[in-house]
Design a protein around this ligand. Structure first.
Ligand SMILES: [Zn+2]
Length: 389
């Protein structure tokens, strides 16, 4: 049975999430722990690390900042500039870059940084999107690989050792540059936090689906190259208190554009604005795990005391897991067109990846959908009954 955290609205179907004996999830516990962090001290540590990596004799960039153009990467760039760094910003272009995403990339370029935008072969990318969707139910598979591999490749190519990542949602530590001993970033470390989600790049080569030469941007540099440059990384979220909402406000002060309305399937207008395929990605998370972006956001806001758990449940019920007919104003059929998939084929793939135990079915066991194709999730009532337990 699906259980929910008694403090936030996260269900235990989330991978790597644990509910303790009091019914509180590990994410809530980890947020609780943040209250005891000495942020002044963390900031000092950060300044120390940056000082060690700042370019001295030969002029070179001080660090690589992987940027999507989103609110968090705008925040990262502004912070690094304010701390006196000369960064090289690197963008791995999203699978289906939106107009507003383009606008926000151009905005970062105007902040006063050198900037590299790396766009992988679009024909290969489309094949990978289709393969990801059909094989593992994740259209964004190539994007999730490339956002980790391309900045690391850039670090090797341009000879810049320090990579300044944003938030580390998986682990509570500062990154390899913070470690006193072995602080080099190796393949194992990369693979640990850049999860490849059930399909590996080597599988594609073995299956001979895609030629090896077309997968260069999706593979990490070899360990020897990483060692030669001394590539390492930190997570800014370990050193500066991280909050998506305040990052968005800061980003807007520096020219970042939000969407003109709440993003489809979301609760807010300031994130996931750069890829038209994100609506599909998030919907598959809902089909597999019974929660999606609205739940993630509601939990962040509950933990920061902005809404009650009861109100969050209402918001989640209203917004989470709606069939993705549109995303950022682009229609599903237009989004699927480059993948050579029709809406009908898409719905069949959806049904194949739906966890049937989580949704209402008829007497024959078929999924019940409303006129808009939306499923009804079971067990919300169960979540409500856990309040105050
Ligand atoms: Zn929780």
């Amino acid at each position: 049975m699906m259980r929910y955290c008694v403090r936030c609205v996260m269900p235990d179907t989330k991978p790597d999430l644990y509910l303790d004996s009091e019914g509180v999830c590990s994410a809530c516990r980890s947020f609780e722990h943040r209250k005891s962090v000495d942020w002044q001290d963390r900031r000092k540590q950060l300044i120390g690390i940056l000082g060690r990596y700042r370019s001295k004799d030969d002029p070179c960039w001080d660090c690589i900042i992987p940027v999507s153009g989103g609110k968090d990467s705008t925040y990262q760039v502004v912070q690094m500039l304010q701390l006196g760094m000369n960064p090289l910003c690197v963008t791995a272009t999203t699978c289906d870059l939106s107009d507003i995403g383009r606008k926000n990339i151009e905005n970062i370029k105007n902040l006063g940084v050198d900037y590299v935008e790396f766009t992988t072969n679009r024909c290969v990318r489309r094949k990978l999107n289709r393969l990801g969707l059909v094989q593992v139910g994740d259209i964004s598979w190539p994007e999730h690989v490339a956002i980790f591999t391309i900045p690391v490749r850039a670090a090797v190519q341009f000879g810049v050792p320090l990579i300044v990542w944003g938030e580390n949602s998986q682990n509570e530590y500062g990154g390899p540059a913070a470690a006193s001993g072995n602080n080099c970033l190796d393949r194992r470390w990369l693979e640990e936090f850049g999860g490849l989600l059930g399909m590996r790049v080597s599988d594609l080569i073995e299956l001979a689906v895609i030629e090896k030469k077309h997968l260069i941007p999706f593979t990490y540099p070899d360990d020897e190259s990483l060692k030669r440059v001394g590539v390492t990384g930190i997570f800014l979220g370990h050193y500066l208190p991280w909050d998506g909402y305040s990052n968005a406000l800061l980003a807007q002060a520096h020219g970042f554009t939000t969407y003109h309305q709440t993003v489809e399937g979301s609760l807010v207008n300031y994130e996931n604005l750069d890829n038209y395929q994100t609506g599909i990605h998030d919907y598959f998370k809902f089909l597999k795990l019974g929660f999606s972006r609205a739940t993630d956001l509601a939990c962040l806001h509950i933990r920061r005391g902005r809404i009650t758990r009861q109100d969050a449940l209402e918001l989640v019920k209203k917004h989470d897991g709606k069939f993705p007919w549109n995303y950022l104003g682009k229609s599903l059929s237009d989004i699927l067109e480059p993948l050579e998939l029709s809406v009908e084929e898409f719905i069949q793939i959806c049904d194949r990846f739906t966890n049937k135990k989580l949704f209402q079915r008829d007497a024959q066991g078929c999924l019940i959908k409303d006129k808009q194709g939306n499923l009804t999730k079971l067990l919300y009532d169960n979540a409500v009954s856990q309040v105050g337990r």
